[in-house]
Design a protein. Sequence first.
Length: 141
Amino acid sequence: MSETIITQGLPTDAMAIRQEVFVDEQGFHDEFDDIDSIAHHLILYVDKQAAGCCRLFPSKRENTYVMGRLAVRKQFRGKAYGKLILQEAEKWLCQQNIRTLELSAQVRVKPFYETLGYIASGEEYLDEYCPHIHMEKDLIK
């Protein structure tokens, strides 16, 4: 059984997931920042275990939010939980009447976001030596 919660401020479970995935596995150093304190954090629980998370915060653009730090723990991968997290985030944003969701995707996972309707724009850029690309999706059809 799975459930998601959304809370403001960085909860311990989201911090642990991001530490495992982005710092320990992928070697990022600047994982935690001031945005964590103002962002909404979505956590997916599977059988009461924290399986994955993402954060959501307002963009500089009107009626737009930014999704970032989407992570799924290794033992929960391959079960479409990343897709479920993103869909739950989109559903919550639609309830808030947010029109657009943008994100900075690692280039290696760009196809994942494309299958969910996200469109890449601009040039690739490096974030902590890792290639990224801007992507966005119109949430209101």
